[in-house]
Write a protein that binds this ligand. Structure first.
Ligand code: ATP
Length: 257
């Protein structure tokens, strides 16, 4: 169980996070949505320990994590798997060499077996000889996710992981994440403002507005909620569904001359 509590965090004189409380069970994907600048990435940065917010607590399976423990530079303790908005991959490595590097800690036999498993799961066999720099944006996002889950992590934080993907790639990516989360039984905090991701992936939804959590709950609570922002999001979802349905219906019509 991942328990996040940020009572208050002043980001700049005009913006602060306040009373952010999120709990995510193992195997659960909790999506945080909100307008640009509402504070989503700041929450992610605190949760993975990139910034330290005084008085905040991040508890994973009952253990208190502080920025020191979470620091990615401390190799013994990398509880957080994190895919940031801006990816930092080594451009000149081939995918093959990159995977080899990620699983260096394993014996050769285990490394070969593990890499084979991930190559199949991520459908990247055809990319093994390509250099990272030659990959498409979506393929790079896959490698970044693979890197994040390559360590024995205890929770996963994904910040806009689908921003570079088209709908088909997105559906493939969503399935990979769902399998990983279910298999590893870890909590996942997903930051997104894409309705497809939100509808297809979330077990729970949090809406953040101006640094505060304006709504939080499961789908049942969401659909019953009279909260203003939840209502606007519902409307967008319903319109999206209508648009998608009509698009799909139109696709079924035979093409004219
Ligand atoms: N180090 C910083 N110094 C000053 N202001 C900052 C700093 N980091 C973030 N901010 C401000 O805090 C606010 C929230 O930023 P944040 O990146 O968390 O929003 P967001 O909801 O993730 O936005 P987006 O969806 O566009 O990525 C923004 O107004 C941003 O400019």
């Amino acid at each position: 169980m991942l328990k996040i509590f940020i009572p208050s965090y002043q980001v700049n004189p005009h913006f602060a996070l306040s009373k952010v409380k999120i709990e995510i069970k193992p195997g659960e994907i909790h999506t945080l949505v909100g307008k640009s600048g509402s504070g989503k990435s700041t929450v992610a940065h605190i949760v993975v320990g990139l910034i330290k917010a005084e008085n905040s607590s991040i508890l994973i399976n009952g253990k208190e994590l502080n920025a020191g423990l979470l620091d990615r530079l401390i190799p013994q303790f990398k509880a957080a798997g994190y895919v940031p908005q801006n990816l930092h991959l080594k451009p000149h490595h081939t995918v093959d060499a990159y995977l080899d590097m990620l699983f260096q800690r394993l014996t050769e036999k285990d490394r070969i077996k593990t890499i084979k498993h991930y190559v199949n799961l991520f459908h990247i066999k055809h990319l093994l000889n390509a250099k990272i720099i030659q990959l498409s944006g979506g393929e790079r996002q896959k490698i970044a996710l693979l890197e994040a889950v390559s360590q024995p992590i205890e929770y996963l934080v994904l910040d806009e992981p689908f921003s570079q993907l088209d709908t088909e790639q997105k559906i493939e990516f969503i399935q990979i994440i769902q399998q990983l989360i279910a298999y590893k039984q870890i909590p996942c905090l997903l930051i997104s403002h894409d309705l497809v991701d939100i509808i297809k992936m979330s077990h729970k939804l949090g809406i953040i507005e101006n640094g505060k959590v304006a709504f939080q709950g499961n789908w049942d609570k969401f659909w019953k909620s009279k909260n203003n922002i939840a209502s606007r999001l519902k409307l967008a979802m319903l319109n999206w569904k209508i648009e998608t349905d009509s698009l799909l219906n139109n696709l079924k019509q035979p093409l004219g001359d």
